[in-house]
Unconditional design. Structure first.
Length: 91
């Protein structure tokens, strides 16, 4: 999913669940993990899911458990990219 796709979903009233590094930390290095059945997954230490509920020109609003916080778009995109911009949307 691209950031533009994410914005479109939020603008239509749909919060988006995303995979990030930690509490939306900068960067990080993901690795490929191979399970005993041969399935390969991209993983990172402190892998985490949060809900993006809003955005403006400079930052996104994130719901993490019962806590809301803000991250710059650059920091959010850096963290989200570590796991391939994975997201879940409701349709």
């Amino acid at each position: 999913m691209s950031f533009e796709d994410l914005k479109r979903e939020i603008a239509s009233g749909q919060p988006v669940i995303v995979w990030v590094f930690g509490n939306t930390w900068w960067g990080g290095t993901s690795v490929q993990y191979t399970a005993s059945n041969g399935h390969i997954s991209t993983v990172i230490a402190y892998e985490h899911t949060v809900i993006v509920t809003a955005y403006d020109d400079t930052e996104v609003t994130i719901l993490d458990g019962g806590t809301y916080y803000y991250r710059t778009i650059a920091q959010f995109e850096s963290s989200w990219a570590t796991l391939g911009n994975m997201a879940v949307i409701m349709q």
